[in-house]
Write a protein that binds this ligand. Structure first.
Ligand SMILES: Cc1cc2nc3c(=O)[nH]c(=O)nc-3n(C[C@H](O)[C@H](O)[C@H](O)COP(=O)(O)OP(=O)(O)OC[C@H]3O[C@@H](n4cnc5c(N)ncnc54)[C@H](O)[C@@H]3O)c2cc1C
Length: 468
């Protein structure tokens, strides 16, 4: 039941228009882009709705809300744009969904420091537009540029299409301001590296809001490239393309974009080289020589340009059709009769090809097949888009197919862990992978618990996530 005194206090702090209690709003703010059909085993998490949605307009507002929530031991779920794919914004135990979209100011752009200081809720595309007149750009370029926020991408440590050169979002964070569960406001210094004590910004990177609310971030920005060269290379086998990518990384060749995809028997390696012109030329020449060494056939720039120019389309359509819409509308978008899943695992580079082989064996046993295998950004990021085979003997009903899919997902995630890898490289843990985190972290999970107990003794921050 919503606590009426809490709602009144929120209205007093934020004004009536920034406190939402209508069932329509509670529904659309309860969750993200994860639908129950891809939650395999975590379907119960969708049962609770938020009790109230609060829309703070400043760090001071966030601090006031956390103090209130802490006094009442009420859960608080930070909400960027709700584009996460793991259920990180699901209010698993009810409480206050904290919508940060009003924290949308770009506070400073510094071309000498090569940084931008922004509020948590700035959408990546808005940052991109603001940087253009300075001849600068962000380094994080996921499909979801038109919809995802800076703090949401930090909290999931997302990966984008320029990560070959600039790394995941977490690598691009210089400093953070965060509100702790008791309302204290903590800031780190805007210098990229430190040796004076542990780096506390890392407490919030990839942590899905369980230690506090990020309210501001200073992130690295990059010069618009002086030169840009796109290259597509075809291979006969995935292994050849993979070995070429691994050799390039070992040599120190760093394409901005690395995307090797096997789909319908075609194996295409998309690369983009960016930067100052002599560097671009040297990197491209060496990359093509390495590809040739492994049997690659250059296709010219066209296929890669087409791929690059369409990379944000899925998010553009998500923005129109699903963003901010009720859950039933969002869920219907992902519905496929027999189900599917898209996995992004991380493995030591030396294990990736063996891992794929063992996954194929598991999938053959379960009547599941991968319609796409890929590595992107780095050779250690391996992805698979998997679906149930049609017409297998065991495939009697849709429910059977979904059960086989869920069983397969569980096995291939655990296999990655057993081979020394990680179950997820870019989308976080959320509710979907919560049950497997302790298995991956081992003793480290106890350390996370101890830190959580010290920072958030009332367990108000996003409970039910990160295995907490
Ligand atoms: C069409 C589409 C394409 C996508 N493409 C990519 C892609 O290419 N690469 C990729 O990595 N991901 C991709 N995603 C997933 C998604 O965009 C990312 O996970 C993104 O990082 C989430 O950003 P958000 O602002 O929507 O965060 P939300 O979904 O709102 O939140 C994500 C997590 O961060 C926490 N959080 C949010 N704001 C704060 C804050 N201020 N302080 C503390 N915690 C906070 C939330 O509680 C939640 O746990 C895609 C999603 C869609 C729908």
């Amino acid at each position: 039941m919503p606590n009426l005194a809490l709602i009144e206090s929120l209205i007093k702090a934020l004004g009536q228009e920034h406190v939402l209690t209508d069932p329509y709003d509670l529904d659309r703010y309860s969750g993200d882009a994860l639908s129950p059909s891809r939650a395999f085993g975590a379907e119960d998490s969708f049962e609770r709705l938020a009790d109230v949605v609060a829309r703070p307009g400043s760090t001071v507002d966030v601090s006031a809300i956390l103090k209130l929530a802490n006094d009442l031991a009420t859960p608080v779920i930070p909400f960027g744009a709700g584009t996460g794919l793991m259920g990180g914004t699901i209010p698993a135990r009810g409480g206050i969904v904290l919508d940060l979209h009003r924290l949308n100011k770009i506070l400073a752009i510094n071309p000498t420091d090569m940084t931008a200081e922004v509020e948590a809720g700035v959408v990546l595309e808005d940052l991109e537009h603001a940087l253009l007149p300075y001849g600068l750009m962000p380094g994080h370029d996921p499909y979801s540029v038109p919809i995802a926020t800076v703090a949401g991408t930090i909290s999931t440590n997302g990966v984008g299409y320029r990560a070959g050169a600039y790394g995941p979002m977490g690598d691009q964070v210089v400093a953070l301001e965060a509100v702790l569960p008791d309302g204290q406001i903590m800031s780190t210094r805007a210098v990229p590296h430190q040796s004076s004590g542990p780096s506390l910004k890392h407490l919030f990177i990839g942590s899905e809001g369980v230690f506090g609310v990020i309210t501001k971030a200073t992130i690295k920005v990059f010069r618009l490239p002086e030169a840009q060269v796109f290259c597509g290379v075809a291979f006969d086998t995935f292994d050849q393309g993979f070995n070429a990518a691994a050799e390039m990384f070992a040599l120190g060749v760093r394409p901005t974009l690395v995307d090797l995809t096997e789909e319908d028997d075609s194996i295409l390696f998309n690369m983009l080289f960016e930067g100052f012109k002599e560097g671009v030329q040297a990197n491209e020449q060496r990359a093509l020589a390495v590809c040739a060494q492994f049997g690659g056939r250059p296709l010219g720039p066209e296929p890669t340009i087409a791929y690059w120019e369409s990379r944000h389309e899925s998010a553009e359509s998500y923005k129109v059709e699903a963003l901010g819409k009720p859950r039933s509308v969002r869920w219907s978008r992902w519905r496929r009769r027999r189900g599917f899943d898209y996995l992004h695992l991380g493995l030591p580079i030396s294990k990736v090809l063996e891992y794929r082989k063992q996954c194929d064996e598991i999938m053959a046993r379960e009547g599941i097949r991968s319609v796409e295998y890929a590595i992107w950004s780095r050779p250690e990021l391996f992805s698979m888009l998997i679906i149930p085979e049609s017409g297998t003997e065991t495939d009697t009903t849709e429910a059977d197919a979904r059960e086989r899919l869920g069983r397969t997902v569980e096995q291939v995630l655990q296999l990655a862990q057993d081979m020394g890898g990680i179950m997820e490289y870019c989308h976080g843990v959320g509710v979907k992978l919560n049950h497997l985190l302790a298995r991956e972290m081992g003793v480290g999970q106890g350390v996370v618990r101890a830190i959580k107990q010290a920072v958030d003794p009332n367990n108000i921050m996003n409970p039910g996530k990160l295995g907490l």
